[in-house]
Design a protein around this ligand. Sequence first.
Ligand code: PLP
Length: 372
Amino acid sequence: MKPETLAIHEPMLRRDGAVAPPIHMTTTFEHGALGTDLPHGFLYGRHGNPNVSDLETRLAALEGGVDAIAFASGMGAASAMLTALKPGARAVFHRDLYFDVKTLARTELAKKNVAVEFVDMRDMVAVHTALTKPAALVWLETPSNPQIDVIDIAAIAEAANKAGAMTAVDGTFATPALQRPLALGADVVMHSATKFMGGHSDVQGGVLVTKAKDLADELRTIRKITGGILSPFSAWLIARGLQTLYCRMDKHCDNAQSLAEFLEAHPAVEKVRYPGLKSNPGHEIAARQMSRPGGIISVEIKGGQAGALAVASGLRIFVNATSLGGVESLVEHRASLEGADTTTPEGLLRLSVGLEHIDDLIADFQQALAAI
Ligand code: PLP
């Protein structure tokens, strides 16, 4: 079956003729007569739950992995992967990353005596140089948050593999509907399911999908002992979100492409970062490794911070709020949220382009840009 079909039909939990699956709101499961046998396959809510397993099976299939492990948030997934690093190991990260992942790498990994290096992975010479020293893990986002860097997954995975390092790709902005990092050579793909997968700004979750069973087992053990499992209701909501993911992503991409082209031609705009634009340095790589360029645009407004803040507060349809990937359009001045350590340009607004009519989204920017 094609992924679009797999995302919709997963009859594993269907029972009693109900077409939609039930939600298993239980913390514990009945043992067999021995007390150690598990006739229903589950023991305790923190270890596993049918809704979580159902979601994991779907996600492993959609990403082409052997297993998936679902967490209570994207950060839960990222921390499990980084917790698996051994003391004394070294990890190489792309320079532009979701801010809390960067902070996690800088603070918690340092406590574990894991050496961390940030490199610009758009530059393969820099990557090869960084990999001349032993490394256990290479971690990147593509497209990255918030600067929309596009990284060549196949080239990085090949270099990491030669150096004996694992490659983990945070594919939150792309989702499996647009990009499949495991097929390009990555070992692990991570998502914040809070974003496009859930798709409605009403559920928090995260996932790691692996190619290797032993790594999946280790990550599932880390989840069990650190307590980061996704709740059954959240798993149910994310599984429901997956059913419309493929058609939602198409519309996000249609709207983002038209808005990016409008913004690029506007005199109040300094720069548009969107891989669907021919002018974008990542355009060719994105065309190779993504089926479409995604629903997130970063736009730099002339006049730096003052210009960007004025536009963000002048927009009427775009909601000025953090996060992304929901049906509604959102705008955010990332540098303000990231604080003193930010490397994000002050004029940059991150746009999560929603599913509203494109004429209304363009008209909203027209009026907000005209007012500055
Ligand atoms: N990775 C990326 C690219 C993100 O954008 C986010 C959240 O914005 C995360 C990870 C963290 O996900 P969560 O907020 O679900 O913990």
